[in-house]
Write a protein that binds this ligand. Sequence first.
Ligand code: G3I
Length: 316
Amino acid sequence: DLRGLAHKTGVRIGSAVAVDPLTAEADYRRVLRREFTSVTAENAMKWESVEPERGRYTWEGADAVVDFARHNRQAVRGHTLVWHNQLPAWLTEGTFTDEELRGILRDHITTQVRRYRGKVGSWDVVNEVFNEDGTLRSSLWLTRLGPGYIADAFRWAHKADPRAKLYVNDYNLEWIGPKSDAALELVKGLKAEGVPVHGVGFQGHLSLEYGFPGDFADNMRRFTALGLETAITEIDVRMHLPVTEEKLAAQADYYRQALSACLSVRRCAEFTVWGFTDRHSWIPGWFEGQGAACLFDEALNRKPAYHSLLALGRRR
Ligand code: G3I
């Protein structure tokens, strides 16, 4: 199984976890426990989930994921502290001064990281801060606090748990281009200023339509050359439906190449899929006519992609 592969390779193999099936579906829990050495809450640790009203914290979902992981000796990736999305309405619709907003962000990071100190090994501190052209994304945080919010977020998180690995995380970073160049410049700058940043997460939301990022491994190496960890944090490989054997074979090849890229890079620490089963995947809800992006089908049967990952282990 994938757990065996993780132990053999030294790379954590993880999955995003949705709280509803974690609670309600025994077969979902069984596969999650059997196959993965790491978990990431798909939504339960996001700000709107943990603090829907100001000062009223709802940790139940996040705790359920963390408790499951501890019970099954799995690592936990914390996702995510600073994002422009899935923010609570009280925050986006409130009227705060810039200084208040800065305090609110600091408190949020401090509270959440402290709560899971020693339990969450890595945090996606800032998520999706770049535009495709490499400029910083316009968000509440950038417009109100200026670009310094990024360094602040890392410093606050580090103070709250000095042992946690702190990451910049984004999508479409797999290719070498303006976006990954900008991420490289950002982390270089942060390191030069002594900001505690430890890793860069490549989400890896791939599509058969756009081809496999052939320069993925080389790209990761640019980051590890700076002394950082890398991780593939949210991989899935979507296709236009219906599913055919050809598409499943192509998908298997993408997954294999992605893990192979990670294994070829020293300090690629984790390979996490964004959901392990087509039964619960964000893809059909977001891309019309697309789906079947995961390692297991809706009935939790192993797909060719699953076997292609295991085969990588046999060759080592
Ligand atoms: O909270 C409501 C719930 O009350 C309601 O019953 C339900 C009905 O649809 O909707 C719930 O909110 C949904 C939420 O997931 C929780 O399930 C939202 O509609 C839905 O849009 C939201 O989607 C999530 C998405 O992030 C939102 O940004 C996906 O599940 C999640 O997979 C996705 O994850 C992101 C990563 O965090 C960052 N990288 C990209 C990745 C894919 O978009």
